[in-house]
Design a binder for this molecule. Structure first.
Ligand code: HEM
Length: 491
């Protein structure tokens, strides 16, 4: 071997050794602490590179438009164990990707607590639900969830939602080219603001909605707090949200001092007046963090799913016709003199409900949720060590061809027949942290679709527009489109 070839062989050998060492740093640092016996029970997987772990492959998969390739690379390398070790968002992590395992983690409050990345917690607030201890979470959740999702609440909100949907569609149909997603986010934001802060001025509402967009983009971005980076902008957005909401809290508290307790006008009043059995009320920080969380959770996902339901139906005329026929039937069967929808009618939208479920399954707006193990737990025969993070991969459950056949196809008919097996359809999560806005969200989408299907058409400017998957799946043009009225003659 000449000197040149020898040098090349040495360099290749050294690089190979360096690669081998670097790929094992996270294993040595985090697994060696577990001891041999516990280590041997870890699931298979790959702990990635020092510091960044598997974040690079995760972001590459999502940013290249093939989000499912991230988990499928684990399945290919380590088989369908449904539980894999990894290193994500700065922590050793177990990813759970199969229905029974996801259900087990979601239902088990004794061994799992929320485990969102520190960077996300900084954005949502340490006093929001994801940062609260179990008892406080239960207390504030009880106060806020029933008034949003109960039958009586939905009856009250229905009229308001209907009004705002009817007027928005009318306005949008005269607006020319619009970003359909942006408009729907505005619409759903108005609804959640009405529930939580009904007296907020138009200016506050508009600024809050704008600032939330930046907050959201930072939710699943790399936590790089440097000017120009998405996460930096998101932190700035959070500071602005706190400022705005603090001024509203100050105003309300001053009003209460002047006029005494209000008669529970909206959820913000309820949060300001709540007391636990020891007479403790919420601090400003707690009220603001709960508001930031609800206002955000309460409009982003519903806005996106409403857009996708409309887009997917338009792309599948056979399903659109069926959904439309159902809405026409509802109107035909309406007693004379009745104006507008009733909750009973919304509950009769059986086919539309399947369309919405199929949209939730296919779009995977919340593709993963985060937990942390509070003690050693067994899942599918593997160890989740105490203190490790756990990711519950809803997206994988919904897109696994062994759980849902032809998972990439939009096919509402798959929901005909018996209800899905537990854990196989979990767009709203489960257990004590099940989304408290699930019925409200479906009501909003149902009402929008009712009026849209009966009177409007969406024409996209770029129907083949590429998608962005983080933080939520959306066309990169925010669904640039025209909404036009469909007159009976033009049908
Ligand atoms: C299509 C719409 C929606 C989807 C797909 C969705 C999805 C989810 C999911 C998956 C979770 C569980 C998170 C976890 O387990 O850690 C969740 C929690 C939550 N959602 Fe929703 N959501 C939607 C709409 C709403 C609405 C309209 C509201 C507001 C009323 C809302 C408020 C919340 C809150 C406050 C939590 C935290 C619950 C807790 O930790 O106890 N969501 N949502």
């Amino acid at each position: 071997m000449d000197l040149g070839s020898l040098t090349v062989a040495i360099v290749v050998g050294l690089l190979g050794a360096l690669y081998w060492v670097l790929k094992r740093v996270n294993e040595w640092v985090y697994e060696s602490k577990l001891g041999e016996e516990r280590r041997s029970r870890l699931p298979p997987g790959d702990m990635g590179w020092p510091l960044i772990g598997n974040m690079w492959s995760f972001l590459r998969a999502f940013k290249s438009g093939r989000p499912d390739s991230f988990i499928s690379s684990y399945v290919k390398r380590f088989n369908r164990t449904g539980v894999y070790k990894s290193f994500m968002f700065g922590s050793p992590t177990i990813m759970v990707t199969y229905p029974e395992g996801c259900k087990q983690v979601l239902m088990d409050d004794e061994h799992f607590i929320p485990g969102w990345p520190k960077a996300t917690l900084k954005l949502v607030g340490r006093k929001s639900f994801v940062g609260l201890p179990h008892e406080e979470h239960k207390w504030i959740r009880k106060l806020t969830a029933a008034p949003i999702n109960g039958h009586d609440a939905l009856c009250v909100y229905l009229k308001f939602i209907e009004e705002i949907v009817v007027s928005s569609l009318e306005k949008l149909s005269n607006a020319g080219e619009i970003e359909f997603l942006t408009e729907l986010r505005r619409l759903t934001f108005r609804i959640i603001m009405h529930i939580f802060m009904s007296t907020a001025s138009e200016a506050i509402m508009e600024e809050l909605e704008r600032v939330y967009t930046n907050l959201n983009y930072g939710m699943r971005a790399m936590a790089i707090n440097l000017p120009g980076f998405v996460y930096h902008r998101a932190l700035k957005a959070r500071r602005r949200l706190v400022e705005i909401l603090q001024s509203v809290v100050d105003e309300r508290r001053a009003g209460k001092r002047r006029n005494g307790a209000s008669k529970g006008k909206d959820m913000m009043d309820a949060l300001l007046e709540i007391k636990d059995e020891n007479g403790r009320s919420l601090t400003d920080e707690e009220v603001i963090d709960v508001l930031i969380m609800y206002l955000n959770a309460g409009h982003e996902s519903s806005g996106h799913i409403t857009m996708w339901t409309t887009v997917l139906l338009q792309e599948h005329p056979e399903f659109l016709e069926k959904a439309k026929a159902e809405q026409e039937e509802i109107v035909r069967n309406r007693p004379p003199g009745q104006k507008g929808l009733t909750l009973k009618e919304v509950r009769q939208m059986d086919y539309l409900s399947k369309v919405i479920d199929e949209t939730l399954r296919l779009v995977n707006i919340s593709f993963v949720v985060f937990r942390e193990a509070t003690s050693d737990v067994n899942v599918n025969g593997y160890l989740i060590p105490k203190g490790w993070k756990v990711q519950v991969w809803f997206r994988n459950v919904h897109m696994d061809s062994e759980v849902h056949s032809e998972p990439k196809e939009f096919n509402p008919s798959r929901w005909e027949g018996p209800p899905p097996k537990a854990g196989t359809f979990i767009p709203f999560g489960g257990g004590s942290r099940l989304c408290p806005g699930n019925d409200l969200a479906k009501l909003e989408i149902g009402i929008f679709m009712h009026y849209f299907l009966l009177g409007y058409k969406l024409t996209r400017v770029n129907p083949k527009c590429p998608l962005r998957y983080l933080p939520h799946p959306r066309p990169i043009d925010n669904c640039l489109a025209r909404i036009t009225k469909v007159t009976p003659q033009a049908k």
